[in-house]
Design a protein around this ligand. Structure first.
Ligand SMILES: Cc1ncc(C[n+]2csc(CCOP(=O)(O)OP(=O)(O)O)c2C)c(N)n1
Ligand SMILES: [Mg+2]
Length: 373
């Protein structure tokens, strides 16, 4: 227990780095890279799928590192790092079916990757060029939502639409541990439970809401809250991509077959700052991060692949080379990104232009022209 954590009421089993063995935690791959079985969740994955999961994990981390560097060099306004949460996001993203619809927060770059969103279309948002450059309908990946918890209502409403269309699909809402304290999230839970909506609430408990530790958000482990709303809650090792894949697949299948929502608590850790605007050394001690590094989501897959002979040095070198190419493409693409015209901010306020916005746009243009003379 660190000095910082002693200042708040510790929740047994919730203070991450000091966890004893947790019977409730679904795990299929231990931090040491050992494959284990779970009585309720099994997963058949081919060696090729395992290697491609590793590739996804490694490439999204490389993207994240590059984006953080670009922000530090003044090329992005801000960046919200996913470091430490790669397995939670790749596992959940790879569990989605083509027709399923995902509703992210602002940190789900790993899920974006699995939906085929171009990293530069995410970066353009953090550069301040647009509100996200991807097509949410084509990618089945909604635009990022910064208003904490609001996407849980969007996903629930969307899921109710799926129900009425009798479509064979589900919605998934991503949320953080802090978001569970938000009124809208609890309203979404009640609504989804009452209507048996085909929605999965995927909570990444990364232990912090900016500087506020999980102990201040909940007196009980988060997954236990679901029982009070009347749907199942599952706690999965969020740093175990195989367990996350298995648990999320099961929850989505349950939703699609009409059995209603599931709450998944992916137990993980935000290894970086909340965003590049934050300094985590002000509120947490370095030894906590050191402990979580031992549970790194990528290292355990690498250990498993190497030890079992499912991948060799050549494979890992290939992924590293791909990472270098991706980073170079992200860097060049960011630097070459054209600045948007100032008038663009008026273009998407409403689906159809109003007289008032048109007048504001004209006034802005006149103002800008005044400078150019
Ligand atoms: C409605 C609302 N209130 C406050 C904020 C400011 N804010 C941005 S991120 C954040 C913390 C969210 O923590 P959590 O839900 O755990 O997600 P994480 O950032 O850890 O992924 C807050 C309070 C906001 N964006 N929206
Ligand atoms: Mg959090």
């Amino acid at each position: 227990m660190t000095a910082v954590r002693e200042m708040v009421d510790p929740v047994p089993g919730a203070a991450a780095p000091h966890l004893p063995a947790q019977p409730d935690l679904v795990q299929l791959l231990t931090p040491e890279g050992e494959r284990v079985e779970h009585p309720d969740y099994s997963l058949d994955v081919t060696d090729e799928e395992l290697r491609s999961l590793y590739r996804d994990l490694a490439l999204v981390r490389r993207w994240d590192v590059e984006a953080t560097a670009l922000q530090r060099q003044g090329e992005l306004g801000i960046w919200a790092s996913l470091q430490g949460q790669e397995a939670a996001q790749i596992g959940a993203g790879r569990a989605l079916g083509e027709a399923d619809m995902a509703f992210p927060t602002y940190r789900e770059h790993g899920v974006a990757w699995t939906r085929g969103v171009d990293p530069l279309d995410v970066i353009s948002l953090f550069r301040g060029n647009d509100l996200g450059g991807w097509d949410p309908v084509a990618t089945r990946f909604n635009l990022y939502t910064v208003v904490i918890g609001a996407q849980c209502l969007h996903a629930t409403g969307y899921a109710m639409g799926i129900q009425r269309d009798t479509a064979d699909a589900a919605a998934i809402a991503f949320l953080g541990d802090g978001a569970t304290s938000q009124g809208e999230v609890n309203e979404a839970f009640i609504w989804a439970a009452t209507f048996d909506s085909p929605v999965v609430f995927f909570c990444q408990n990364n232990q912090y809401a900016i500087s506020v530790p999980i102990e201040r958000q909940s007196k009980v482990p988060l997954f236990q809250r679901a029982a009070g709303f009347g749907f199942p809650g599952v706690r999965v090792d969020g740093n175990d991509v195989l367990a996350v894949l298995a648990v999320t697949r099961a929850a989505l299948a349950r939703a699609r077959e009409g059995s209603g929502p599931t709450f998944i608590e992916a137990f993980t850790y935000r290894m970086g700052a909340h965003t590049t605007s934050d300094d985590p050394t002000r509120y947490r001690l370095a030894d906590e991060l050191e402990e979580w590094k031992l549970r790194d989501p990528i290292a355990r897959v690498k250990a498993y692949l190497s030890r079992s002979g499912k991948a060799d040095a050549e494979f890992f070198a290939g992924v590293d080379a791909e990472g270098d190419e991706l980073a170079a493409r992200i860097r060049t693409g960011t630097l070459e990104m054209p600045d948007p015209a100032g008038t663009e901010m008026f273009d998407h306020v409403y689906a159809e232009q109003t007289e008032e916005i048109a007048a504001q746009r004209a006034a802005f243009l006149a103002y800008q022209e005044g400078f150019e003379k």
